[in-house]
Write a protein that binds this ligand. Sequence first.
Ligand code: SOE
Length: 386
Amino acid sequence: MKTLNFGIVGYKFMGKAHSNALSRLPMFFETDMAIRKKALCGRDKEWAEQAAQTLGWDEVETDWRKLVARDDIDVIDITAPSNFHKEIALGAAQHGKHIFCEKPLALNLADAREMLDAANAAGVKHQIGFNYRFAPALVLAKQLIDQGKLGKIFHFRGSFLQDWIIDPEFPKVWRLDKKVCGSGSLGDLGAHVIDAARYLVGDMKTVTGMSKTFVKERPVVERMTGLSGKAAADAPREAVDVDDATSFVCEFENGALGLFEATRFAQGHKNDMSLEVNGEKGSIRFEFERMNELHYFSASDEPGEQGWRLIQVSEGIHPYWSHWWPTGHVIGFPETFCHQLYEFVQSIEQDKPCVPSFEDGVKCAQIMEAVDLSIDRRAWVDVDSL
Ligand code: SOE
């Protein structure tokens, strides 16, 4: 059995999610290649060594350039902050490594396109980490739409709501620093909703949006702890240069209308990615915090018996479920990473294109840039004009 040697860059939130998924993959999914967590890369040797031990990686590198050049590494998994994505991906492509990269693909559209071109030119497999589309209930929603159960689609309504930075004393962590993250709530949260919309409904033709930075200055962060961070009591304040909230509307290429909202200022909402699709024959509704459920309304049901059905998406016949537990023994956020890495490994094994690939990352970046431009111009922007 051939072994697929992974090298990961980053070991915080996403590094942990990917490490966990890579360890569990062989326990639940059959693959033709063995998966080896070969080397973890982080700039600080001591922290990287500790992370490698905790997360189960064989070796440590402190320079990603060395990692991508290693002959014994087949895949580079990029889970470092967004400002590192491009150079690591270009380096990985240059050395002929397959690449898995977390979202958003890059700091801007031009960089995202450069990454796609480099990966294509190198002939390597490339996948982007839009893990939410791998919730089995969303895959089922996609199947229902593809089977024509919703008919012609009229509306997509999607939001991603969180509430963790409302306190003005919450420090300026890297997710609030444009040079590191590229975009605020739109790039961090909206990107997942945009991807889900493209997955379920298709490409967007034109967009217009609005955004707001509610807290304009925050204490400078001293040390990151998970998503959060610590600031000294007398820490100076720095301007926040990303959006706290962005909303936009769109028209899809198939004529459907879309409504989007991404914010970290929705008190009471922790990781609430929700969406609804309405078609001429039916509707579906999904909420990530109840990710094992899909709401489905069918106008073909008997008159007088019509109503929203709540489908428990946790049976062997449901997408990915035959790999997991007996019916009803529900799964969660970490399993979405197993599903996406399973697809990635299969693409390598069977030499078939990855879905979602860097191309989907570019399309998402194109939409986000069109939304930003529409906000600057206070006008509609055609996505294809960029
Ligand atoms: C933090 O805002 C975050 O973890 C994002 O970075 C993720 O992509 C999304 O899963 C939820 O929120």
